[in-house]
Design a binder for this molecule. Structure first.
Ligand code: ADP
Ligand code: MG
Length: 323
């Protein structure tokens, strides 16, 4: 006997089923009910974070949907990494002007990055309107092993993964503010459109680092958050800030703006006791993730530079939605 035809789904539910529903073996109940059901890993606490990307603010309206799907999840995984949480689940609240192939490519990018980190999409919301993407990511971490902004201590070294500035260069180039040679464009655009969250590094920093933040709004501004929350100051060794070769031919002010105030870097900025530097070097080597010591936590407040015995405040505004 032929199976009874299934009643047609509305466009909204057909879209959810076609684009977003995938197997979720690590979830008690995923997409399809009023809420998902999760069993947190035994003995761990949950870390939850959310980030919105708005068309025309965080990305150009004609941005590649595949890369946007990756980036929307990546920025959330970067926040979980900054807490040293293992990423596990995500929810997607999507506002779309229309249902079309855009969504298929977007979902493909999102699911690909999710699969790379064994993250399961377990729910969300789909509405009609100007394009906006909100992802909520959930991870887990043993209690006491998360890397909080308020845990930096005077005497800690300040470390940076990878290097900052290239995404900001790409953005300035796309906006027509600067020239970039054809040879330099691909690497900078890759940093802007396809950031790689530092998940592996974050997990290796458990028990090693004190405080951490992911650099999304500019290195100095984000370091300032650690200072405020921890009640300390940060001295930055400006000569030690790693920089991509592309910066060597650029004016000094543009270099500083991009390296220290750029945004969209998604590197990890963390503090650790000086006694752990050999272990950190071993982590860097094992993960092939460059780590650079760029300063020191000192008593006081704010981010400072100049001679260590007579530092001065370093003012480098980062991204501010309401400035
Ligand atoms: P409700 O009306 O009860 O809020 P919905 O009809 O909005 O539920 O959604 C139906 C199911 O599809 C829910 O399980 C919801 O989590 C899931 N869902 C809706 N939109 C998305 C999306 N963009 N991505 C993933 N899951 C989604
Ligand atoms: Mg409901």
């Amino acid at each position: 006997m032929a199976a009874a035809p299934r009643p047609a789904l509305s466009a909204e539910f057909a879209l959810i089923e076609r684009c977003f529903t995938r197997p979720t073996p690590h979830t008690l109940l995923g997409i399809g009910d009023d809420a998902a059901l999760l069993a947190p890993p035994a003995g761990e606490v949950l870390a939850i974070t959310t980030d919105t990307l708005v068309s025309g603010v965080h990305f150009f309206a004609d941005a590649d949907p595949y890369l946007l799907g990756r980036k929307a999840l990546a920025v959330n995984l970067s926040d979980l990494a900054a807490m040293a949480a293992t990423p596990r689940w995500a929810l997607l609240a999507l506002t779309l002007p229309q249902v079309d192939d855009w969504c298929r490519s977007f979902a493909q990018g999102l699911h690909e990055l999710a699969a790379e980190h064994t993250v399961e999409l377990i729910g969300g919301d789909t509405t009609h309107g100007p394009l906006s993407i909100t992802i909520t990511a959930i991870g887990s971490v043993p209690p006491g092993q998360s890397l909080r902004r308020d845990a930096a201590r005077a005497g800690d070294d300040i470390w940076l993964s990878g290097r900052t500035g290239e995404a900001a260069l790409a953005l300035r180039w796309l906006q027509g503010q600067i020239q970039l040679s054809a040879a330099d464009q691909p690497a900078c655009l890759q940093r802007l459109h396809n950031p790689i969250p530092r998940v592996e590094l974050a997990l290796a920093l458990r028990g090693l680092a004190h405080a951490a933040i992911d650099v999304s709004d500019g290195l100095v501004q984000d370091l300032g958050h650690i200072c405020r929350r921890s009640g300390v100051a940060a001295w930055l060794d400006l000569a030690a800030i790693p920089r991509a070769p592309v910066f060597s031919n650029l004016p000094a002010t543009l270099q500083q703006q991009c390296l220290l105030g750029g945004g969209d870097d998604y590197e990890l900025l963390f503090t650790a006791p000086a006694t752990r530097s050999a272990e950190l070097a071993a982590v860097a080597q094992a993960l092939r993730c460059p780590l650079t010591r760029i300063g020191r936590i000192i008593p006081g407040s704010g981010v400072q530079a100049g001679p260590l015995d007579a530092p001065h405040p370093l003012d480098m505004p980062g991204y501010d939605h309401f400035a």
